[in-house]
Design a binder for this molecule. Structure first.
Ligand code: HSE
Length: 434
């Protein structure tokens, strides 16, 4: 049902909540002109109002009791921007049980409890909209449930964590190691004081779970996604790969296979001419491969107050214009309406690899390495020996032809048995647009 007047409560007035309140109050006229809907912010619910005061929001909006907000018959939509998986879940459940429509940016909660919350929304003739949960202001969720609906999506590859992309870009451009860049980013307010979820890849995995559910009409099992972060990357590999024509990105990779889907988050080298290679700094991008459209890419700010609030408000507009009936009720692609497709183990992942072997500089080591790789059907594409540097052993750097993660893991286990081999590093290579 289209609504001409739409009343909103924002619960959680942090970075994104503050931005949402600001757009709803300061740009109400623009929203009305562009959508025909009059938006009224009735409540800003939080326990502290420092940020709300900084933004100059009227104190008449401030409340602390989310139950009262959810029970107010005038409120059409509750916007949950608290984050986390406990109180945020209670707020969403309370709002839905009161028949309110819900907008959330909470990727951690949706990745693990999305189906449950969607089912609760349906039971209460309501809806959950969540564009802001993935890739900030970039309308990738809308692309999946709307613009790309006439396609089968075969794969997508995303740079979907701005903190990691910022750190990796700075490691390359400034030739500084991970720890130094992270500290500088924290001092500049560009990385969280506790960046664990970002740098370990878990934040990207949350978003991958949500996006893959929509892309492949499945109920993704977040816990089964293999995840590797950027926190153990060494500058040596990034510099060596740079010389070989690659750049490093933390990629969220999703592929549809004959017998299931393959999902993973991992640092990967990509050829410098790949369209994702030029996505630098805190920007995000998702490359989508679809049967009719072919390759398309969605690029922009994946975080930040107004960029993310832009997605929140666009969801409010959609709700006012009938998202529940035309999208949430009408489409069978939401995770609560689908069985889980099998998620293939990482061993099945197919691609090229970069291998760095730190070895003692003795005759015959390279021959042993090539013998192990050959026995595991792994073809070598390039091989470079980096001369010993002070405090470093000799590094043999190899790139392989296309193989599988399973073959590489087996070969690495065998390589690690060779006494002259001190350490083996492997990094996946994504070198062509699919
Ligand atoms: N922490 C996230 C990032 C933003 O660095 O991209 C919110 O998803």
């Amino acid at each position: 049902m289209i609504k001409k007047e739409f009343t909103v409560a924002v619960v959680g007035c942090g970075i994104v909540g503050g931005g949402t309140a600001k757009i709803l109050t300061e740009q109400a006229e623009l929203l009305k002109k562009r959508t025909g809907v009059g938006f009224r912010l009735k409540y800003v619910c939080d326990l502290r109002f420092d940020r709300a005061r900084e933004l100059g929001l009227s104190e008449s909006l401030f409340v602390t009791d989310f139950n009262a907000v959810c029970a107010d018959p005038e409120v059409d939509a509750v916007v949950e921007l608290i984050g986390g998986k406990t109180l945020a879940k209670t707020v969403i459940e309370t709002a839905l049980k009161n028949g309110k429509q819900v907008v959330t940016a909470n990727k951690a909660l949706l990745a693990s409890c999305g189906s449950e919350l969607f089912a609760l929304a349906r039971k209460n003739k309501s809806a959950v909209a969540f564009e802001a949960s993935c890739v900030g202001g970039v309308p990738i969720i809308r692309a999946l449930y709307d613009g790309l609906l006439a396609n089968e999506i075969t794969a997508f590859i995303g740079i979907i964590n701005g903190t990691c992309n910022y750190i990796l870009s700075a490691m390359i451009s400034e030739k500084k190691d991970y720890g130094t860049v992270l500290k500088e980013a924290q001092r500049a307010g560009l990385a969280e004081a506790d960046p664990t979820l970002d740098v370990t890849g878990v934040d990207s995995a949350h978003k991958l779970a949500i996006l893959s559910a929509l892309a492949f009409s499945t109920d993704t099992d977040f816990e089964a996604i293999p995840v590797e972060g950027i926190d153990r990357l060494e500058l040596f590999d990034i510099n060596t790969a740079d010389e070989m024509g690659y750049t490093i990105k933390l990629l969220a990779i999703a592929q549809q296979c004959a017998d299931g889907i393959s999902l993973c988050v991992r640092p990967s080298f990509i050829k410098k001419d790949h369209p994702l290679a030029w996505v630098s700094g805190s920007f995000n991008a998702v490359s989508v491969y679809a049967n009719n459209l072919g390759h398309s890419m969605y690029y922009g700010q994946g975080a930040g107050s107004l960029p993310t609030a832009s997605a929140v408000v666009s969801d409010l507009i959609s709700l006012a214009l009938g998202y529940r009936e035309t999208r949430f009720d009408a489409l069978p692609l939401w995770p609560d309406r689908n069985q889980r497709l099998p998620q293939l183990p990482l061993e099945r992942y197919a691609g090229r690899y970069y291998l760095r072997l730190d070895v003692e500089d003795k005759t015959g080591v390279l021959a042993q390495v090539t013998e192990v790789l050959g026995r595991n059907q792994i073809g070598i594409s390039e091989a470079v020996q980096k001369d010993p540097q002070p405090q470093r052993p000799v590094s043999l750097v190899l790139t392989t032809h296309r193989t599988t993660e399973g073959a590489v893991k087996k070969a690495v286990t065998e390589l690690e048995q060779i006494p002259e081999i001190i350490k083996v590093i492997t990094i996946a290579i994504v070198d062509e647009a699919k």
